[in-house]
Design a protein around this ligand. Sequence first.
Ligand SMILES: Cc1cc2nc3c(=O)[nH]c(=O)nc-3n(C[C@H](O)[C@H](O)[C@H](O)COP(=O)(O)OP(=O)(O)OC[C@H]3O[C@@H](n4cnc5c(N)ncnc54)[C@H](O)[C@@H]3O)c2cc1C
Length: 378
Amino acid sequence: MSKQLVLIGGGHAHMVTLANLHVFVEKGYGVTVIQPSEYHYYSGMGPGMLGGTYRPDDIRFATRRQVEAKGGRFVLGKAFRIDPDKQLVHVQKIVGGKEQKTEEEIPYDVLSCNAGSYVPQEMVRGDYDDIFTAKPIEALLTARERILELAATKKITIALVGSGPSAIELAGNIYQLCRRQGVTMPRVQLFAGRTFMSGRPAQVRRLTRTILERKGVEIIEAGYVREIESGRLLLENDRSYQADIIFPAVGVRPSPIFAVSGLPTGPDGGLLVDEYLRSTGYNNIFGGGDCISFAPQPLDKVGVYAVRQNGVLYNNLLACLDEKEPEKFSPGGTYLLIYNLGDGEGVLAKWFITFSGRLAFRIKDYIDRKFIRSFQNT
Ligand SMILES: Cc1cc2nc3c(=O)[nH]c(=O)nc-3n(C[C@H](O)[C@H](O)[C@H](O)COP(=O)(O)OP(=O)(O)OC[C@H]3O[C@@H](n4cnc5c(N)ncnc54)[C@H](O)[C@@H]3O)c2cc1C
């Protein structure tokens, strides 16, 4: 049997590998891509999709079509365990939109993991309705429908828990959504812990706060949320708040499959990789994006790093199959940060430059559209 390359997830760090899948196939290697959806959504444009700036088709890659057109095999399912000694990936298949009992063991010679991250839900109690997370990005489509359904009949309250990039972008875009669709404008409350956007530069915090408050977002800094249940939030100081829809947006954690599989992991549970984006325990396992823990230095969970890792990951997968030397990944310097706060406004920060307004959003929109178009039709 020919050597097998298996990709878990067709995320942001696998874009170049997927675009060049035919190169592996032409060399005689088998390629299998496992993903729980036929599409991969570009997260940077997710809040814009919620707000209606983009349609789902504008922000997604047709992973299945791309893989099959290039001679690879696409498996619709979730990898739930890796057996690094037997070189197998255990997959739970998805049929008719549901996870099935059907499992498959997929053998690999070289494995690359780009399974992303998830929003932890430990604070959510009991069975719940109308609680949505920003990941997977496609869940925002369901959230969008629900907001419109409820806001069509009454003034609703929407709570966002957290004040990182996803919470602030969702808050701003909820207003855009309701305004554009002509439903009753909701009350939007952002539970920011004790300090709004703590850890971010003062100027970025100030500009973001100004835009959100102008829209009507109530920024609550009365303490951290301790518990969430349907329709209710409880703070650490026992104060409670009611909300019709709640978005926990308290940061992300790497996919749990590495810890479950007994692979070496970093402090956050991500696949521990060296400067070659290669598992510190196994020379034939690689990874990129939010699911890795980069041993040389901690990296923020932002798409920018996943995108920067593309070329090195592709070259190193090919090198590993060809039994050649891998190349090193360098994370690069400061990255450009732009928040889309809805209604065509944004906040931009890089080095000593920080500004807000329409130009900031236009720059983000241009970069995001350019990136997605460059990979949508490969
Ligand atoms: C609302 C929001 C807005 C953001 N905006 C920005 C921004 O503007 N700029 C920026 O740099 N960063 C942004 N981020 C952060 C960015 O989303 C992440 O850093 C980025 O998504 C990481 O890419 P990834 O490919 O590693 O993971 P993901 O985008 O999560 O992709 C992982 C892929 O793996 C698949 N997968 C997951 N589990 C499995 C499994 N078990 N088996 C097989 N496949 C699996 C998923 O279906 C998905 O296709 C934002 C995040 C959010 C939530």
